[in-house]
Ligand binder design. Structure first.
Ligand SMILES: Cc1cc2nc3c(=O)[nH]c(=O)nc-3n(C[C@H](O)[C@H](O)[C@H](O)COP(=O)(O)O)c2cc1C
Length: 184
């Protein structure tokens, strides 16, 4: 089974990237093949609301999201990670999320067929882990609408880059377990 990770932080060696890598390591330990994409390094425009995906069978915007649609169709599990930016997901993650609209057919039917089990990774600067919980839950709900069914959310509060993830053995263990569980 293939598990695909999407990093929504522009920082290549940030905490979101490091945590997603831990989840993917767990998935690999359980036998998965993995692939990691950084959304900030890709050409992914916002949804144009052309409704081409409702009149036809997919998104008409010709950019890197086309490769990611293919990955989403071909994979068995997903890891999505975003830093909290101004109380929400990053702009890069939002563009990706809006484009998931093309995974919905007429009547909000799911083009992916079977839901893909998904781990959601969130990092934030604030030290209170409950601060953005309502927003995080809503984001997870939105992924679910498109067929990316969030099974587990790994949240790092008070984040301070990849070093913080590598220092926190408990967090790493949690992330790896979540990755392993994607294959169960
Ligand atoms: C533009 C911007 C907005 C941010 N807004 C918030 C915020 O609203 N709440 C918060 O707790 N942290 C906020 N942060 C901090 C990031 O969420 C935090 O540093 C995050 O872990 C960065 O992830 P990264 O290391 O993967 O880049 C913000 C950071 C940036 C750059």
């Amino acid at each position: 089974m293939k598990v695909v990770g999407f990093v929504g932080s522009p920082r290549e060696n940030g905490s979101t990237d490091a945590l997603i890598r831990e989840v993917l390591k767990g998935a690999e330990e359980a036998g998965a093949e993995t692939r990691l994409y950084n959304l900030a390094q890709m050409d992914i425009s916002g949804c144009r609301a052309c409704m081409g995906c409702k009149e036809g069978d997919g998104c008409e915007v010709d950019d890197d999201m086309q490769d990611l649609y293919e990955e989403l169709h071909g994979c068995g599990g997903v890891v999505i990670g975003t830093p909290i930016y101004f109380y929400n997901m990053s702009a890069q993650t939002k563009a990706f999320t809006d484009r998931l609209y093309a995974l919905l057919g007429p009547g909000f039917s799911k083009r992916l067929g079977e839901d893909r089990p998904t781990v959601f990774v969130v990092t934030q600067g604030a030290d209170d882990p409950s601060l953005f919980r309502p927003v995080i839950d809503k984001m997870a709900e939105a992924f679910g609408l498109a067929g990316l069914s969030v099974r587990d959310t790994i949240l790092q509060a008070c984040s301070d880059g990849a070093e913080g993830v590598l220092r926190d053995e408990e967090l790493q263990t949690r992330a790896r377990e979540a990755g392993r569980a994607l294959l169960q």
